[in-house]
Write a protein that binds this ligand. Structure first.
Ligand code: PMT
Length: 409
């Protein structure tokens, strides 16, 4: 669940994790461990039944904070006041939540430390339910869950799977990654790409002719870099594969610098399986010199012409399109004629979900400019023409559409 990119994700965030008595308590240990590793200050409160499944000492060691269990233990209260706990909480997560505990909350019973804590809470409360399949489908439990939803509590429904009681059905605690995902949605409502990994390519490739010359194009990397910034703002984890540029690369991304199309191809393929989306803003050379001279090529007096034999580079995006499984794929089309027709063909040929077509004939748009004017073509045939705007704003528009595609909105 953890990755190097978002080590600081929860720094400054106070999370109260409440455990109630179910076999899934052991899974709460993993979640507390993850939140702590990612920088959260985690305070754990356990019901006495929860203490039968895992020990407070385990949670204390994992969270680096004292664990509270007893409402009337004055020694504990001296260390951690439960009201103070919820007062500073940014979010409260009950994991696992039993049918009994859900019933207590729904009917306003506050007879132990955890239920009184939640009753006093102002922070959002997420409830990850886990119980026997028949208990879960019981009308009373369902009514209690609906009641809590109506009161504004967030319910994380259990998964279908093998249950501790030996049956198979809905009741198993949701996967830790799903619980974290739900927590992130509530905690960072603007970070709509939290937990999403995106591969972005930017800049132009350089194809060497000899040690001092190369074939390339005017791509500055500005468009791709602006997309990376916007993705980061929305909480995505970004892998940037970039050709040589003069623009400072964005911070907080995993940077892979390449020079040639073949290097870009290898870099993209090496990370493709781990990403959820690809945005390919790079201008890749379609051809490279078949032979790169080892030494600088000399001009000869008797020769008026000089020929370089070129061979085709792989079409990186088309190759990724063939391998595509879950990935959302967005390409660019830089055109000087027949903008829509050419872009449509590329969308289909490269198996894309969306293509951003830019007419690159204008002086103040496209390559190396600070502005761009794009037309967005969707796989379903929808076409949207956007006005002239800064590349930062174009990036905002593209990422907003990526969010829709990722969340199937
Ligand atoms: O970098 P800037 O100065 O900010 O300029 C931005 C831009 C004009 C470069 C950018 O907006 C843009 O249009 N990028 C795509 C340029 C391009 O190579 O277009 P294309 O129509 O030739 O390629 C179509 C798509 O296939 C692109 O997503 C491209 O990355 C990809 N491709 C192309 C060829 C190839 N061999 N492999 C590829 O993956």
């Amino acid at each position: 669940m953890a990755s190097n990119m978002d080590k600081k994700k929860y720094v400054g965030v106070n999370v109260v994790v409440g455990l109630t008595g179910g076999i899934a308590c052991y899974k709460a240990v993993e979640i507390v461990s993850y939140l702590t590793q990612m920088g959260a200050n985690v305070n754990v409160a356990m019901t006495s039944a929860a203490c039968e499944f895992v020990t407070p000492l385990t949670l204390q060691s994992i969270s680096n904070n004292p664990v509270v269990t007893d409402l009337f233990d004055t020694a504990q209260q001296g260390n951690v006041k439960h009201i103070a706990l919820v007062e500073k909480a940014d979010i409260i997560l009950i994991v696992p939540a039993t049918a009994n505990f859900i019933g207590k909350l729904a009917t306003g019973i506050a007879d132990d430390l955890l239920s009184t804590t939640i009753m006093a809470a102002k922070a959002p409360v997420l409830i990850a339910a886990a119980m026997n399949v028949n208990m879960y489908s019981n009308r009373i439990v369902q009514e209690n869950i609906n009641k809590l939803k109506n009161y504004g509590y967030y319910i994380i429904e259990p998964d279908v799977g093998y249950l501790a009681c030996g049956t198979v059905g809905r009741g198993r605690l949701a996967e830790a990654s799903k619980i974290i995902e739900e927590l992130d949605k509530v905690l960072f409502p603007n970070k709509k790409l939290s937990g999403v990994k995106v591969l972005v390519t930017a800049g132009g490739t350089q194809e060497p002719i000899d040690p001092v010359r190369y074939i390339s194009n005017h791509s500055s990397g500005k468009m791709g870099y602006a997309i990376c910034e916007e993705l980061k703002n929305k909480g995505a984890e970004v892998i940037l594969v970039t050709g040589p540029t003069k623009v400072t690369p964005p911070v907080g991304v995993q940077l892979i610098k390449v020079t040639t199309a073949l290097e870009m191809y290898d870099a993209c393929l090496s990370v493709f399986q781990e990403v959820d989306a690809v945005i390919k803003a790079a201008a890749v050379a379609d051809f490279r010199p078949k032979i790169t001279a080892q030494n600088k090529i000399k001009k000869k007096d008797e020769e008026n012409n000089f020929f370089i034999e070129l061979e085709k580079n792989p079409d990186i995006l088309a190759e990724l399109g063939k391998l595509k499984e879950k990935q959302v794929m967005i390409g660019f089309a830089a055109e000087t004629e027949a903008l829509l027709e050419n872009a449509e063909q590329k969308l289909a040929k490269k198996n894309l979900d969306m293509i951003v077509a830019n007419d690159v004939t204008g002086r103040d748009v496209g390559f190396n400019a600070d502005n761009n004017q794009v037309t967005i073509l969707w796989r379903n045939g929808k076409i949207e023409s956007l006005p002239l705007m800064t590349k930062k704003d174009v990036a905002h528009e593209i990422v907003a559409r990526l969010i829709k595609l990722i969340h199937k909105e």
